[in-house]
Design a protein around this ligand. Structure first.
Ligand code: MEV
Length: 427
């Protein structure tokens, strides 16, 4: 992959943008056509879910300028909301001036949970389970020979006691499973189901639920960026003003859950777009993100913003990132396969780290706008295009009509229709 900085990409036609992307990642015409046509047909949809009646498409854009651990990467983003792709790309450009994003990940450990009820003594059951830990782990390890071949498998077992609940006391076993490049739900759920008879024999209790936890707090990815303070200046705002505005905005999210929810939603704008483009389970990622944000008991910001000794802006984001590059839709959805190939990645943790970097960039885009000119100006320019299309504009007329709506500061469908009608009369 060459550079992720493609000058003038925004102004190219979709066809020309595809040519550039194909050249950057050696995508074949078939792979490119998966993006144009959406990747799935009705027949494949029918094999994926029940009662299928068709497809539901989203725009796919490319996040530009990303440099992650020194490597340039073009990022596929599937999202319906204007401003997100542009915002992330612009912030990635600012981050490049400070060496881009530095990322790391924990091992890909997922947690499977088994709820054990009808126990006469919770403490005794817990100790007995630990006494049989080695044999339980050995049995769990056998569940997925393919994962095992690639170095995955059962790693640990923990027993948690809940002595007060609406039904009284019970215990919960956590099986910690290294799922390598898979999302891991299948392996973990199978392991939990497979171990149930053994657990019942050991404890004398009954195994009730057996399912993975979406609070994947053993499978974390992290991204950090440094933005040189002078890069932050624009219009009448100095770099210091923008930096301090971003830090003050972060402080709001750090202490107030009402703001933290919106702040984290901005992060998820970037995160989900890549998760969806790669065929991963965005509900799992959302569940994990928000549960992790509330891990202290107070729901708070997933990211942090501060400054370094030289006054440059420092951003960090750490969050669970249970994504895979093998199995499920990531493998069967042709558009998702092309998205993985575009990024030139060969492991789930590389994908996870790109996603977290995009989340951090997206968060910065929102905070920068909110802390300076407000969110509506940029939003409106892009929103105006959607209004123009909704009013019936096509071709060149979309941009012309959108520009007119912005100049008039009236981005409304009734005004767009009026302008369209009067333009049609002129011809
Ligand atoms: C809108 O989709 C996302 C923002 O509300 C995020 C934020 O407020 O930080 C702009």
């Amino acid at each position: 992959m060459g550079t992720s900085r493609i000058a003038g990409f925004y102004n190219l036609s979709i066809e020309k943008r595809l040519v550039q992307a194909a050249a950057a990642a050696q995508l074949t015409p078939d792979e490119i056509s998966a993006w144009i046509a959406g990747g799935l047909n009705a027949e494949s949809a029918d094999h994926m879910i029940e009662n299928a009646v068709g497809l539901h498409a989203l725009p796919l854009g490319l996040g530009l300028n990303f440099q992650i651990n020194g490597r340039d990467v073009l990022v596929p983003m599937a999202i319906e909301e204007p401003s997100v792709v542009a915002g992330a790309s612009f912030m990635a450009k600012l981050a490049r001036a400070g060496d881009g994003f530095q990322t790391t990940s924990s091992a890909p450990l997922m947690i499977g949970q088994m709820q054990v009820i009808n126990l006469s003594n919770l403490q005794e059951a817990k100790f007995k389970l630990y006494e049989h830990k080695a044999e339980l782990l050995a049995a769990a390890d056998e569940v997925d020979p393919v994962l095992k071949k690639f170095g995955g498998g059962a790693r640990d077992l923990e027993v948690h006691i809940f002595d007060k609940s609406p039904i009284g006391g019970f215990i919960v076993i956590h099986i910690i499973y290294d799922v390598r490049d898979a999302m891991g739900a299948n392996a973990v759920n199978t392991a939990c189901e497979r171990l149930a008879p053994q657990v019942e024999a050991i404890t004398g209790g009954k195994v009730h639920l057996r399912i993975l936890s979406n609070l994947a707090d053993r499978r974390l990815s992290r991204a950090r960026c440094t933005i040189p303070v002078n890069e932050l200046a624009f219009d009448n705002f100095s770099g210091e003003q923008v930096r301090d505005g971003i830090i003050t905005a972060y402080a709001f999210a750090a202490v107030d859950p009402y703001r933290a929810a919106t702040h984290n939603k901005g992060i998820m704008n970037g995160v989900d777009a890549v998760v969806i483009a790669t065929g991963n389970d965005w509900r799992a990622i959302e569940a994990g993100a928000h549960a992790y944000a509330a891990r202290s008991g107070n729901y708070t910001s997933l990211s942090t913003w501060g400054k370094d000794a030289d006054g440059n802006l420092i951003g960090t984001l750490e969050m669970p990132m249970a994504v895979g590059i093998i199995g499920g839709a990531t493998k069967v959805h042709p558009a998702a396969r092309a998205a993985i190939k575009l990024m030139g990645i060969s492991s789930a943790s590389e994908l996870a780290e790109i996603i977290v970097a995009v989340g951090l960039a997206q968060n910065m885009a929102a905070l920068r706008a909110l802390a300076t000119e407000g969110i509506q100006r940029g939003h409106m320019t892009l929103h105006a295009r959607q209004v123009a299309i909704a009013a019936g504009a096509s071709g060149d007329m979309i941009e012309k009509l959108a520009a007119q709506l912005v100049v008039e500061k009236t981005v409304r469908i009734d005004r767009a229709e009026e302008i369209l009608k009067s333009t049609a009369r002129d011809f």
